[in-house]
Ligand binder design. Structure first.
Ligand code: ASP
Length: 441
């Protein structure tokens, strides 16, 4: 019998997880059961993915740069990546702002809904936590992000998933130095990292065997902890605008894939879909990164020399979905609370949402922290911040799931685009977890 494709298995796991979550919501003690007995399976899966992220970045970036054999090629890839990332993010924010200004979802929110949402969430630890976190991030100087990118202890950076940019910085410096000591002397190092890279990619294959069960657990636990359905319905128009914008962004990516990269857009979607489904289930681009890298390299054919740089950097700084959401959310909150925005304010949103997407961590809920900074940049009254966030808090998790899909799809699209532009888009070379199983079983 033909094996069911991975994305179908994951999709079935997701649907069953949602159904199971809905059933358990209606059962007495059901939510507790899911939290105690089902959720841990999802948590273990996310931990496994994060476990291999740093070894994978290290090995694949070193392999990627040392295979280039030429520093100027790397500079070229780096420059194209940055320019494209900024370009796609600005397009995303512009789509968001256009939609929210035309459709005006904030005008339809009644005083009653605002009062109810404020009462429910404004003093909630979730909302207050985001404001406090934003305060911490903002109190630093304008060049702090550069300072933060440079580690003062390589082993500390390598042992901390939150320091992805530091890991990338160290690894690039290491790999360039390897090129500079000459091929002969660098060979032992290169062999080690080439082999490490193969091993870690095999770990991705193994971990992915459990993906259909893990997404079942992840979605069941999201469903049992979701908010009051009445509140979700009150925010339907706002959520619709965010989701509509995100869908337009996918259409944009597909056009780029079809026209510039000259690949069938639906083929692209099929190849990348397991990473998208995991992004949706985990709400974390960082946790999804190993799978994104595996799909883009083995299933799409992007050369490691490109993907090993473009994808880890993208997971940390390129968040098209998050910045689109920030644009929509900032204007929605202003509309609902009667805070007038000028054209200059909207331009400020473009700029700060761009910077915020660079600064947002690739973890669940990070986009909302940066939203506080976007709101402050347009002079939104500080005493109304909590009310503003309370308005959108109820739907943040489902929207986070959706925007993370776009963040990951955007990274994959840009990696294809950059690869195409430097002649590094080859043919897929799919490896299965059991390619060598017969030899060792
Ligand atoms: N969860 C998103 C990500 O990991 C970030 C955010 O928008 O909150 O890409």
């Amino acid at each position: 019998m033909k094996k069911l494709a991975l994305h179908w298995k994951i999709l079935i796991g997701m649907v069953l997880g949602i159904v199971f979550g809905l059933i358990m919501t209606g059962v007495d003690g059901g939510a507790g059961f899911v939290d105690d007995w089902i959720k841990p399976l999802g948590t273990i899966f996310v931990k496994l993915l994060k476990l291999i992220a740093i070894p994978l970045i290290l090995a694949s970036l070193i392999k990627g740069i040392s295979d280039l054999k030429d520093i100027s090629k790397f500079r070229n890839i780096g420059l194209r990546t940055m320019v494209t990332y900024i370009g796609t993010t600005v397009i995303a924010i512009t789509i968001g702002l256009l939609l929210v200004n035309v459709l005006q979802p904030g005008d339809g929110v009644s005083e009653e809904t605002i009062a109810k949402l404020t009462e429910t969430y404004a003093n909630e630890s979730g909302v207050q936590g985001k404001i406090a976190e934003a305060g911490r991030q903002k109190s630093s100087g304008p060049l702090q992000f550069l300072v933060d990118m440079v580690p003062d202890n390589a082993f500390h950076a390598l042992s901390n998933n939150g320091l992805m940019l530091q890991v990338i910085f160290f690894t690039i410096l290491f790999a360039i130095s390897m090129l500079l000591i000459g091929e002969k002397k660098a060979k032992p190092m290169k062999d080690i990292f080439d082999s490490l890279n193969e091993v870690v990619l095999k770990m991705v294959d193994l971990i992915m065997l459990s993906a259909p069960y893990a997404v079942f657990a992840l979605l069941a636990s999201v469903v049992v902890s979701s908010e009051d359905p009445d509140l979700l319905i009150a925010l339907l128009k706002y959520s619709g605008v965010v989701v509509g914008g995100l869908i337009l962004m996918v259409v944009f990516y597909l056009i780029v894939v079809g026209t510039y990269v000259r690949k069938n857009p639906f083929w692209f979607l099929k190849q990348i879909s397991p990473a998208q489904l995991l992004a949706f289930s985990t709400s974390s681009s960082a946790a999804t990164l190993p799978v994104t890298m595996e799909r883009v390299e083995e299933h799409i054919g992007v050369d490691k020399e490109v993907s090993s740089f473009v994808l880890p950097v993208g997971a940390t700084i390129n968040m098209d979905g998050t910045s689109l959401y920030q644009g929509v959310a900032a204007v929605f909150i202003s509309q609902a609370l009667g805070f007038d925005l000028s054209f200059a304010d909207q331009l400020t949103i473009v700029l700060t949402a761009l910077l915020a997407s660079i600064g947002s961590a690739a973890v669940p809920g990070a986009g909302m922290v940066m939203l506080v900074i976007v709101l402050e940049s347009i002079g939104f009254p500080a005493d109304k911040l909590a009310i503003g966030l309370a308005l959108i808090f109820a739907v943040d998790r489902p929207l986070d799931m959706c925007r993370t899909v776009i963040n990951v799809t955007g990274d994959a699209t840009v990696s294809m685009l950059v690869a195409k532009s430097v002649g590094k888009l080859g043919e897929p070379n799919v490896k299965e977890w059991d390619d060598h199983y017969e030899e060792v079983k």
